[in-house]
Write a protein that binds this ligand. Sequence first.
Ligand SMILES: CC(=O)N[C@H](C=O)[C@@H](O)[C@H](O)[C@H](O)COP(=O)(O)O
Length: 279
Amino acid sequence: MSSQITPETTPETTSPASPQPGAQATASAPPDSRPRQDRGAGSGHPVLEAIRGGLIASAQAYPGEPMRDPRTMDQVAQACVRGGAVAIRAQGLADLELINQHVEVPVIGLWKDGHEGVFITPTLKHAVAVAATGCQIVALDGTRRERPDGLSLARTIEGLREAFPQILVMADCGCLEDARCAQDAGADLLGTTLAGYTGQRPATQGPDLELVDQIAAACQRPLIVEGRVHTPDQAAAAMERGAWAVVVGTAITHPTTITSWFVEAVSGAQSAHRSAVGG
Ligand SMILES: CC(=O)N[C@H](C=O)[C@@H](O)[C@H](O)[C@H](O)COP(=O)(O)O
């Protein structure tokens, strides 16, 4: 199976930041020698506990696609929650505002702006705008690349928490060193989202389980495995290797790509049959 990732530009206006009530995030347990699955246990953060061990559905449509409509993504998100998703990951302020009104589970919000370099919630301004839609978790580029506003990841996280003291931050990483640095910068969750998209790691068929092993062994923040998880077996493998939760996007919420997988299989099988019968 091949994945179809279409980076995008989302020309949306930012919303004013307004601090949310609640306690400061206390995301993780200190480093220790317990098995990875036990780390973070007892952190007591309700959002982290709510997503622990679960499947997170990522509902995103790309520019120009038929489903690129906040109402559609909202409906897809609600359908995923009915299926048992413990959280929704979604992008764009309009989508997030709707989804946050209609789902009871935590929402991981991001804002894709551009399609090259740092484009997942690339600046502090983007991060504050995403948080202002009501998301519990803001996902942002967690690589070591320079950010468009020149701020470090640590300063970005700090600035976001000044506006939203209770917000959790998911760092979308591309390799182990990204994850280590993101942890040091104060990220609450580490994601493998950008593995295979930054030149640091190969684009594996399926999730980058080698990277999962590396981060699980070296880092102490909850690890979210994301990127090219296309089958339930792959999602289970990620959990068995120490993931806190698994994000699935394309294989659940992108019918164009899913259809293409089946089309390819059917067409290949038809060719094989024809060859076998000499047709
Ligand atoms: C690299 C990038 O831009 N990833 C984006 C991050 O939000 C989305 O386009 C992906 O769909 C998401 O990561 C889930 O991954 P997959 O669709 O492979 O299950």
